[in-house]
Write a protein that binds this ligand. Structure first.
Ligand SMILES: NC(=O)c1ccc[n+]([C@@H]2O[C@H](COP(=O)([O-])OP(=O)(O)OC[C@H]3O[C@@H](n4cnc5c(N)ncnc54)[C@H](OP(=O)(O)O)[C@@H]3O)[C@@H](O)[C@H]2O)c1
Length: 233
């Protein structure tokens, strides 16, 4: 279990819907410091928040952010993009960018901060998705499936040093990533942030945030047509 009180949290994508909620909820639970990592830093009205420049497409930016935030005890890989386009027909640059930002960069940042997490016996939180287990997101789903397995691998590698690794799997959530969609029935970012910190403080390995995610996850043990009925025709 990892308590937020007196922790030093680094949240990537801190200006986004779930990211901003994670910053606020960490403050509410007594974090000592919160690094709010973003491409465009903004001012926060709490002196415990330290704006941190981070562009996940830039390896130097990742290394610099990790060096600046070397006292991090809880790393939350939250930033991601969700471009629309099929794996076969989307521009190749779009396919590689989504894999870079959603998969390669979180792995790189975790490697850079692993010594800090180990020395603090802290925690790693990867915000994955129901789309880690469901291919409607195309290249996005590929990146999130990869991050699911990276989360599992990091858990095995970090457990001997007492680092908790929490994989988070939300379904649709009312954030800018879902702009233009009807928010009815979606998760609220503040509720997702609360569930994440509750799971962290309870010592969990995984958090399946909602019924949609639990349903998709349970269908993985069935024949593949359970998730993709069109294939049965
Ligand atoms: N919303 C959903 O329905 C949903 C469902 C399942 C999982 N999730 C996951 O939840 C997490 C948070 O997403 P969200 O819904 O809160 O989306 P969001 O509001 O769009 O936030 C995503 C954040 O990622 C940042 N980002 C994008 N590219 C970046 C880069 N190159 N370098 C640094 N930061 C970058 C964005 O920064 P800018 O502000 O600079 O663009 C933005 O702040 C993501 O991992 C997402 O996959 C979301």
């Amino acid at each position: 279990m990892t308590l937020l009180k007196d922790s030093t949290v680094l949240v990537t994508g801190a200006n986004g819907g779930i990211g901003a909620a994670l910053v606020q909820a960490a403050l509410d639970r007594g974090a000592r410091r919160v690094y709010a990592a973003a491409r465009t830093e903004k001012q926060w009205d709490d002196e415990r928040v330290v704006p941190l420049h981070l562009d996940l497409t830039d390896a130097v930016s990742i290394e610099q952010a990790a060096a600046t935030a070397s006292d991090t005890t809880v790393l939350i890989n939250n930033a991601a993009i969700f471009p629309h386009g099929d794996l076969l027909t989307a521009p190749w640059e779009q396919v590689t960018e989504v894999i870079e930002i959603n998969l390669t960069a979180p792995i790189r940042l975790t490697r850079a901060l692993a010594p800090a997490l180990r020395s603090a016996k802290g925690a790693l939180v990867n915000v994955n998705s129901v789309l880690s287990w469901f291919a409607v997101g195309k290249a996005h789903s590929v990146s999130k499936a990869g991050l699911w397995m990276a989360t599992n691998a990091f858990r095995l590698e970090l457990a001997p040093d007492g680092v908790q690794v929490l994989g988070v799997y939300p379904g649709p959530t009312d954030t800018p990533m879902q702009a233009g969609k009807d928010p009815a029935g979606m998760n609220k970012p503040a509720d997702v942030a609360t569930a994440i910190y509750d799971a962290l403080e309870a010592g969990e390995h995984e958090l399946l945030v909602d019924d949609m995610t639990r349903k998709v996850h349970s269908a993985l043990s069935a024949p593949v047509t359970a998730l993709y009925p069109a294939l049965a025709q």
